[in-house]
Each structure stands twice: as structure tokens, then as C-alpha cells.
Design a binder for this molecule. Structure first.
Ligand code: ATP
Ligand code: MG
Length: 575
């Protein structure tokens, strides 16, 4: 490719709306252009990288016995009604109707369509396991599309669905995908970590997210400083200290606490530590009013709480609703004396003694509250967020926290969709059984963006070799008019590299060397070959490695061999 013909309009300025590095660099390097909020055009350079990521994904999927197909983007509402998700999916589902007024949606994910297909076509145990995948646009009308390709409304996803005869089969499919994902992200040059993830109300370690470690990541990760425990902060647990408190229970008393609506106010006013307080939060879980009771220094994890309650919507209850159920202003709510209201008590709370909590009365709290004695606990659960510095639930070492970008997720679905969509088969005994399913997704654009978040410097992108749009740029320092021998030598190198199937760009533009070098760094070619008069006089060129900044002076007749060695590309590869 000649740079003079390449469609890669680079920008010197950072576009105002680009908040994170990958978004800024994708825009500045001319790789990405916005069409609408969360909707982008992949320019030629970006598309080359996307195709490389997709090729890696395809190779690993095929190796794991998966078959590629292509499902439609447009889904009839009936399929989504059958699974129950037409109602559940909410505003993220991009709905439309045809000229006859029939309802459709644009696929945000494809469990319904594929399970319906498999239900119709597969009849016997002999046809299982079946592992089917596609790489396709997905549509989600995200509440906050942002960070460029990280959270788009139209984005490319690889989604795979496994259909097995039983749980054992699913375990095998899951294991294969765990390995395939590990291979894919390793080959893409990413520093990542699989973590235990939220899987809705199913429980167990039925899902893993593959997190690329990066400060800009939207996801929190909690991991152990010593063992292999790692979980999304949505589900992370900490060691529960079950040592009973040996304080002698005091007499519960009401005390006046004017204007102490927060735990901070309260601990200051009563001079108690926050670990000795009990916080009671009021929620509206669909149409049920519920209380979450937790230690005052902890934070409720609403994902855990939602999974525990099994509700669709969980919101904080309004002051009016709280008043209606408890006859108390929000800042003074407590568990003592509460009747006929579902109360989820965090599992740490029963171990407290002589604690402080709201008295369900304005300007009053209770002191010397002893759980079980002063209020009955019917339902305990882990409903709190775990923070850095807490203790590992598996080995008791210290937990650490990090930010991550979720590039992929694998999920044991079980029979949820085979049941609703009727995906059954006949076993060896002619008995009808439900297929056991798994689903497995990778965001292709998010993977590309994540690779940039981990590989850049002040000058631009530093592509991992396997997904660089091109491997080499050849830059003649001066343009053809003034010193034609430079352009001649550069063109020869370019052609020799092309003949060897090296992906190379010749910067033949009539631009100042500074501009060419800046663009080369911005786009992030792993190797830059500079052809200048000084080195040329000695029969050499300069080869600079983008990642390390290392510079080599190489004889003209050795350039091709040198480049191939540096690229270390397998013989059959090359584009
Ligand atoms: P998130 O929690 O970030 O919203 P998700 O859990 O909804 O993602 P999945 O349904 O598991 O995502 O989709 C599989 C993969 O698709 C994700 O791991 C991610 O890489 C990618 N992905 C999901 N939503 C988006 C989006 N809006 N833009 C770009 N990629 C996305
Ligand atoms: Mg996910």
C-alpha cells in the first residue's frame, strides 16, 4: 500500500468527545469515524486489524470443534416473547416494526434465534454436541454509549452457542471455550485475566469474564495477592470472620441523635466506629418493598442483592414509600421492630454486638442493639461489595483490586433457553431430554480498543505484532523531486518486502519527514524503515522498532531478511 493512496486521515488534535486513549488514538490515526452516538465506521486500517482479530478467533473456534454460520440481525418478536425476554430486556433492545405493523428487534445476542433453529433441526443424541458460532453486528441501545468502540450501540461480536446432551457435556464445551479464549487473547498480545463473573440468579462459578487489565476499564476486579482467586467486583467475596463478639450485651436504648442522617454524622456524634453501626437501606424490588441490612462501613452490592431477590428492577425506595411502610424518614430506618417486610441481612451483621442502628423515628437511634436478640434474622446473604485490603475467601491473604475491560464472557446457561424454546432430543433409550446449553461472546471492536489501552505511548499506538494493520512502513526522508535515489531505494525495499508477503506501506507522500514520522508513530507500525541520504551513502537504512525504540542500521541487501526475522511471522502467514 502506498501512503499517498491510503485512506487514513490522521488528526493532530484530540477530538473533544474522545475521553480515553484508545478512542483518541483510533480517531487521530484515521482508523475510526463516528456516524452517530455509539455507531462508527471502521476505516481501512482499523478494518485490517479487526479482520486479524476475527481470523484469530475463527482459527481458535474451528480448532475447538465449532462451526461458523450466520444468523439474521432482524429477529421476529415472537421468538423473544417465547423466551420471555421481549419484556425483560428493556430499553436496550432495539425494537422496530415492518410495514404490516409486526414487531421485530435487532439482535443484541442470539440465544432465541439459534435455540429455535437447533430445536427444529436436531432430533437425536447422535447429533450432539453441537457448537455453532458467528461473527456479526450486534445492536444494543445502550443507556450511555461511550469510549468509542468500548461501548457502542452497534458493535461486532463473536457469539458461540453450545448444545450438549447433559451437564457433563456442557462442562467439556465450557472447558474448551475457556482454553480457546485464553489462546485468542494471548495471541492478540493482551495482558488479561479470567475472573469469576456474575451469572444472574443461577449461582456458582457458571460464568467467567475475560478482563484486560487497564486503568480505563469500566469493570472492577478483585483478586488475591497470593492465590489464583479473581472475581469481578460484581460477585467478589471476602473471608467471613465468624468469631463471635465476646462483649457483654448491654441494654438496648433509644438515644436522641439530631440531624444524624448519615453513618458519618452518627459515628461522629456518638463517638462509635462505623464497624459497630448497622445501616438499613430501603429498596423497591419490582413491586416489593425490601430492606437490606448491612454493617455501616460496608456498601451494598446491588447485583448480589438483585440476584438474591430474583427481581427484574431494583431501585432505591423513595421517601414517600419508606414513610408508608416504616413511618420513618430515610436516614433513621433500622431493623428493630420491623414486621411483615422482607429483610435481607448481610452475613456479617449477626456477628455484631452492641451496635447502633436507626430507631425508625426522626432524630433517634438505638444503641446496644444485638442482632437476634433485638430483631429476628430470617434471611442472611452476602450482599456487600468487597474492597481492596480485605481477606481472600480461599487462602486468607490480602485481596487487591484492579480495573479491567471485559473483552469476553463465557456462560453456562443450562436448560433456560432449551426449556422455553423447546430444544429437546431423544436419548439412547428414546426418551426426550432437554439440551444443555452454554454461550460465549467476544467483543471484536472492544478487543481492538483494549489492545490500544495496553499498548501506546505519547506518540501513538504500539500494535502487538499479530494485530497490527501493517507490519512495516518504509519512509524515504525526502520526496522524489529533490533526491530521487531515496525514493528509488525505498521503492525497491517496498517491492522486495511485498514479494515476500510482508504487509508494508511505502510513505510516498510529498510531506516533510517530520509529518511522515509522526504519522508512522501514531498509526503504530511495528517497524519503520527510514531511507535517508546519510545512511544510503553507506549502503544502509535505519530500521526502528516502534515498541522499544531500538534502532538498527542494516545493509540494503540484508533488509528483507532482517525484517522477516524481526517479524518472526510463520511462513504461511502474511497478507
Ligand atoms: P457489559 O457488561 O460491558 O455491558 P455485557 O456483559 O453486556 O457487557 P455480553 O452480553 O457478555 O456483554 O457480550 C459479550 C461481549 O461483547 C462482551 O464481553 C464485550 O466484549 C462485548 N460487548 C458487549 N456490549 C458491548 C458494547 N456495547 N460495545 C462493544 N462491545 C460490547
Ligand atoms: Mg458480560
Amino acid at each position: 500500500m502506498r501512503a499517498s493512496q491510503m485512506f487514513a486521515p490522521t488528526l493532530r488534535e484530540i477530538p473533544a468527545e474522545a475521553e480515553i486513549v484508545s478512542h483518541q488514538l483510533l480517531m487521530r490515526s484515521g482508523m475510526l469515524r463516528k456516524v452517530a452516538s455509539g455507531v462508527y465506521t471502521y476505516m481501512p486500517l482499523a478494518w485490517r486489524t479487526m479482520k486479524k482479530i476475527m481470523d484469530i478467533i475463527r482459527e481458535e473456534m474451528d480448532k475447538a470443534g465449532c462451526q461458523e454460520l450466520m444468523l439474521p440481525v432482524v429477529h421476529p418478536a415472537e421468538l423473544w416473547q417465547q423466551s420471555g425476554r421481549w419484556q425483560v430486556y428493556g430499553d436496550e433492545l432495539w425494537r422496530l416494526h415492518d410495514r404490516h405493523g409486526r414487531d421485530f428487534c435487532l439482535g443484541p445476542t442470539h440465544e432465541e434465534v439459534i435455540t429455535d433453529l437447533v430445536a427444529r433441526e436436531i432430533k437425536s443424541y447422535k447429533q450432539l454436541p453441537l457448537r455453532l458460532y458467528q461473527i456479526q453486528n450486534k445492536y444494543r441501545d445502550e443507556r450511555r454509549p461511550r469510549f468509542g468502540l468500548m461501548r457502542g450501540r452497534e458493535f461486532i461480536m463473536k457469539d458461540m452457542y453450545s448444545f450438549d446432551r447433559d451437564q457433563e457435556g456442557l462442562e467439556e464445551s465450557y472447558r474448551l471455550m475457556y482454553q480457546a479464549y485464553t489462546n485468542i487473547f494471548t495471541r492478540c498480545g493482551l495482558d488479561f485475566r479470567p475472573v469469576v463473573a456474575d451469572n444472574g440468579a443461577i449461582g456458582g462459578d457458571a460464568s467467567h469474564e475475560f478482563m484486560v487489565l487497564a486503568e480505563s476499564g469500566e469493570a472492577g476486579i478483585i483478586y488475591c495477592s497470593s492465590c489464583s482467586y479473581a472475581a469481578s467486583s460484581e460477585v467478589a467475596e471476602a473471608y467471613l470472620d465468624r468469631t463471635p463478639c465476646n462483649e457483654i450485651p448491654g441494654e438496648m436504648k433509644e438515644v436522641e441523635t439530631p440531624h444524624c442522617k448519615t453513618i458519618e454524622d452518627l459515628t461522629r456524634f456518638l463517638n462509635v466506629s462505623p464497624e459497630k453501626t448497622i445501616k438499613t437501606l430501603c429498596y423497591q424490588a419490582d413491586d416489593q418493598f425490601v430492606l437490606a441490612v448491612i454493617r455501616g462501613d460496608r456498601t451494598v452490592n446491588e447485583i448480589k442483592l438483585k440476584n438474591r431477590l430474583g427481581c427484574l428492577e431494583l431501585t432505591m425506595a423513595s421517601d414517600e414509600v419508606i414513610k408508608k411502610y416504616l413511618d420513618s424518614p430515610a436516614g433513621y430506618v433500622g431493623p428493630v421492630g420491623v414486621k411483615n417486610i422482607r429483610m435481607i441481612v448481610d452475613r456479617e451483621v449477626p456477628f455484631l454486638a452492641n451496635a447502633v442502628c436507626g430507631a425508625n423515628k426522626e432524630h433517634y437511634h438505638l444503641i446496644n442493639v444485638n442482632p437476634d436478640r433485638d430483631f429476628s434474622i430470617e434471611e442472611t446473604a452476602d450482599i456487600r461489595l468487597v474492597e481492596e485490603g480485605e481477606i481472600c475467601p480461599e487462602c486468607r491473604a490480602k485481596l487487591l483490586s484492579a480495573r479491567g475491560i471485559e473483552v469476553g464472557q463465557i456462560f453456562k446457561l443450562g436448560t433456560k433457553y432449551s426449556e422455553s424454546m423447546g430444544a429437546k432430543y431423544l436419548d439412547e433409550n428414546g426418551k426426550e431430554q432437554l439440551m444443555v446449553m452454554g454461550c460465549y461472546g467476544i467483543g471484536v471492536g472492544r478487543t481492538m480498543a483494549a489492545a490500544i489501552e495496553q499498548n501506546y505511548d505519547a506518540d501513538g499506538i504500539i500494535w502487538p505484532m499479530a494485530i497490527a494493520p501493517y507490519h512495516v512502513v518504509v519512509v524515504p526522508v525526502s520526496d522524489r523531486d529533490r533526491e530521487p535515489e531515496q525514493m528509488q531505494a525505498a521503492t525497491k525495499i517496498y517491492q522486495d518486502l511485498l514479494a515476500q508477503k510482508v504487509e508494508v506501506v511505502l510513505d510516498d507522500r510529498k510531506e516533510r519527514p517530520g509529518v511522515k514520522f509522526k504519522d508512522a508513530d501514531l498509526i503504530g507500525y511495528p517497524l519503520r524503515i527510514t531511507v535517508g541520504s546519510k545512511t544510503l551513502a553507506e549502503g544502509k537504512v535505519e530500521v526502528k522498532m516502534r515498541a522499544t525504540g531500538d534502532v538498527h542500521y542494516v545493509e540494503l541487501d540484508r533488509v528483507v531478511a532482517f525484517v522477516k526475522e524481526k517479524l518472526n511471522l510463520p511462513e504461511e502467514r502474511g497478507f
